[in-house]
Design a protein around this ligand. Structure first.
Ligand SMILES: [Zn+2]
Length: 329
């Protein structure tokens, strides 16, 4: 990478604030931090150490950092640096597929699992995806923070599933009105039940907010600690991921038709053999259909008002809407 970066910098008359044997050092164009943006010469890894802004470069590819510095399009920078369109592959680290391991074990995705038409959300060709996400109230900062992409061929916004810096899959959300069954398209394979979207949020959080879909989950940005199960069925392996994270409490932010799952999840999380976790339920504000329709503030407020799930209560879902609550004892 060293030679490519050197050429790029001289070709575009870029003057770093300073440089050392390992890195070029710039002022961060995103947060303005003086000499905070480092681009490692050998690997191209870029990071703003001030990170005062959610769109500060956070690691991975030099493409995003250089696009901030030069104002050039990411796709052009990518072409120049890599001589081909690998911008996506460079933002995430890939392992070589290991064929000797059993097919049941969760394996990171490979570059081949990302179709070539996928473009990062900050790329100009992703504009239709950006407009869709904005219509759902998702901010550009969040789109960039969580590495969202767009597929012009499928006309879907792509949500990558990254855990511990590795890509395990992706879920594509149609931006056009389509039948419910076609709204989501998942990368083929058996990765989904063993992963959680936005799992990096649980690296430091004291609690986990578990939502079903990506848009609902993102609406908890002000509360933090959110992950998405990517569907109605919540697998034990996904609960185990929460249990093994930094989170000590779990908040269920499920759709109204999934309320009957609350007790079951709460009892699973209370298993003393595996380490007990207190379980709370976040109620959807009564004037909204789901958390995805809420504002960030409404979701934060609903989170603050969450009630502990009482192990002795039984929720019975009648006609999907009205709930009655019966004391068992
Ligand atoms: Zn910065």
């Amino acid at each position: 990478m060293e030679r490519e970066l050197e050429l790029f910098i001289s070709n575009h008359n870029i003057t770093p604030e300073s440089e050392n044997g390992r890195s070029y050092v710039f002022d961060c164009p995103s947060c303005g931090g003086k000499r905070k943006l480092y681009i490692e010469k050998e690997t191209g890894r870029s990071i703003c150490f001030k990170a005062a802004d959610s769109s500060c470069p956070k690691s991975g590819s030099p493409v995003y950092a250089l696009s901030l510095i030069t104002g050039l399009h990411a796709s052009d920078i990518s072409k120049e640096l890599f001589d081909h369109d690998t911008v996506l592959k460079e933002t995430i680290s890939f392992d070589q597929p290991n064929k000797t391991q059993s097919s049941d074990e969760l394996q990171p995705a490979t570059g081949a699992d990302l179709p070539l038409d996928f473009t990062p959300i900050y790329d100009p060709s992703s504009i239709d995806g950006v407009l869709y996400l904005e219509s759902r109230g998702i901010t550009r900062d969040l789109m960039i923070k969580y590495g969202l992409m767009y597929s012009p061929i499928m006309r879907r916004v792509i949500f990558p599933i990254v855990m511990n810096g590795k890509l395990y899959g992706w879920q594509g959300r149609a931006i056009d009105k389509v039948d419910k069954g076609f709204r989501m398209y998942n990368m083929p394979g058996r990765w989904k039940t063993k992963t959680l979207m936005f799992y990096s949020n649980l690296e430091k959080s004291e609690y986990a907010i578990l939502a079903e879909g990506p848009i609902s989950a993102l609406k908890f940005a002000k509360a933090g600690g959110f992950v998405a199960s990517m569907g109605k069925e919540i697998d034990d392996a996904q609960l185990d991921l929460i249990r093994s994270s930094s989170a000590k409490r779990i908040y269920l932010a499920l759709d109204r038709d999934a309320k009957d799952k609350v007790q079951l999840i709460a009892s699973k999380m209370r298993d003393p053999r595996l380490g007990e976790m207190e379980c709370y339920m976040i109620e959807i504000p009564s004037h909204r259909d789901d958390f995805g329709d809420c504002t960030y503030e409404e979701c934060e407020q609903a989170f603050k008002e969450a009630q502990p799930v009482n192990p002795n209560d039984l929720h019975i879902n009648i006609e999907a809407k009205s709930l009655i609550r019966t004391k068992l004892r």
